[in-house]
Design a protein around this ligand. Structure first.
Ligand code: GLN
Length: 452
């Protein structure tokens, strides 16, 4: 019944929301029937889920919202998908996103944007806008996202839903279509903190098939979220980043953030101002590191191994077929990233760009470590602005990149962070971000639970 209800809701609203690129009605109902038959039990058995289209699902089309992967059906499941299936969770379908997870609005999807259920003329965030919109439109109770620079948290913020980026290495990347391998982190999305934690617990944990997966026990995020829900934060120190305050955020976003901060103080938390002097270099460092890694990862889309192949008429050379395929298969933002990354990695420029960006990354990590010697978590608005109208930030890439001003430092460091709804500005949702030290995911869930 639960799976059917969600499939019916998708049928009723998704022509307006466009959260899904593919709906797997039969697969979802089959999985639900197995739970009904008592074959699988557990806290989330029978609870359906939507999965971002950058995550491979065996036999279900997986395109990363790119034309270059149109029609590709992966022969295997990502580790996190295996874990969803083992937990008895029916997969409703695959959600829309910016092509290869590059963007902050889903406007870079090759299959058309997703509309924000709060206002269909506005973006649902990105890159995981489809997952967030599916939750906000009650098409799915839970969803999977991936966060390289904010793609779980920023869509959560602008759709009034919860999204958590686990510690890098806390969730397996095996079976994710790689964008920036040193940053990519799959994670849970839901409408409440407790649901987010329950999903987190299902997908997290060591995976020998991912060389950067952490071989340590996963912190008890469910217990932490439930503890937070009791509403006592006595002794918890919240750090405000001096360099973040006021910078670039809309007044309504700051007002909602400050109001929630005061609510946390009433629950016993203490607010401490900390300085993270290198955070201002996070955005430029990210926009060298992420494109550099993407230029290498996306080299595999050559028209031979997967999906699209253009110009293979028996006359043209292999190189011509590869370049015609890549010309036709990649969208403009993906091409921009490949060009930036190829340039930054080329000999003679490597030290000036990629090498420098890696040094900045180390300095940002030290800023976090210094801050966490004084406070338990850092807090900020998730994103500087509420959901913006379609087309308002596509003409200047930098305007789009600014959406991730507050989320990117965490990715460069590798720690966990969560976005929780914290009120409205101009009638649109605002997100509150909580950042914690690596492998202290439970700490952010406790504060998140209290905020809810
Ligand atoms: N918006 C950022 C980018 O375009 C982050 C994307 C992500 O987290 N996948 O790279």
């Amino acid at each position: 019944e639960v799976a059917t209800a969600h499939l019916d809701q998708i049928a009723a609203v998704d022509d307006r929301v466009h959260a899904f690129l593919h709906v797997d009605r039969e697969g979802a109902l089959d999985a639900a029937r197995r739970v009904d038959a008592g074959e699988i039990t557990g806290p989330l058995a029978g609870v359906p889920i939507a999965v971002k289209d950058v995550v491979t699902t065996k036999g279900i089309p997986t395109t990363a919202a790119s034309k270059i992967l149109e029609g590709w059906k992966p022969p295997y499941d990502a580790t996190i998908v295996e874990r969803l299936k083992a937990a008895g969770m029916p997969i409703l379908g695959k959600t829309n996103m910016d092509e290869f997870a590059m963007g902050s609005s889903t406007e870079y999807s090759a299959y058309g944007p997703t509309n924000n259920p709060w206002d269909l003329g506005r973006i649902p965030g990105g890159s995981g806008g489809g997952s967030a919109a599916a939750l906000a439109a009650y098409e799915a109770p839970l969803a999977i996202g991936t966060d390289t620079g904010g793609s779980i948290r920023q869509p959560g913020a602008v759709t009034g839903t919860v999204g958590a980026k686990p510690t890098y290495g806390g969730t397996s990347r095996y079976g994710l279509i790689a964008f920036s391998s040193s940053l990519d982190t799959p994670g849970p999305c839901a409408r409440t903190v407790e649901d987010t934690a329950l999903l987190h617990a299902v997908i997290a944990g060591h995976d020998p098939r991912d060389s950067t997966s952490i071989a340590q026990p996963v912190p008890d995020v469910v217990a932490a979220a439930r503890l937070g829900l009791q509403g006592d934060l006595t002794g918890v120190r919240l750090g405000i980043v001096k360099e973040f305050t006021g910078e670039g955020a809309e007044p309504g976003v700051l007002a909602a953030f400050r109001e929630s901060l005061e609510a946390l103080v009433k629950l016993g938390a203490e607010v401490v101002e900390v300085s993270c002097p290198h955070f201002e270099y996070a955005l430029p460092a990210y926009y060298l590191i992420a494109p550099s890694e993407c230029s290498s990862n996306l080299a595999r889309f050559d028209g031979v191994r997967y999906g699209l192949r253009v110009g293979d008429d028996g006359q043209r050379s292999l190189e011509e077929v590869m370049s015609l395929t890549r010309e036709a298969g990649f969208g403009p933002e993906v091409k921009r990233r490949i060009i930036i990354g190829t340039y930054a990695l080329s000999s003679g420029y490597y030290d000036a760009y990629y090498g420098q960006a890696q040094k900045v990354r180390t300095l940002i990590t030290r800023d976090f470590e210094t801050a966490f010697s004084k406070v338990d978590v850092l807090v900020s608005p998730t994103t500087p602005f509420v959901a913006f109208p379609f087309g308002s930030r596509t003409s200047d890439p930098y305007q789009m990149y600014l959406a991730d001003l507050f989320t990117i430092p965490t990715n460069l460091y590798g720690g966990p962070a969560i976005s929780v709804p914290c009120g409205l500005s101009e009638g649109l949702p605002v997100g509150f971000q909580i950042m914690a030290p690596t492998m202290a995911d439970d700490r952010m869930y406790r504060v998140a639970g209290a905020l809810e």
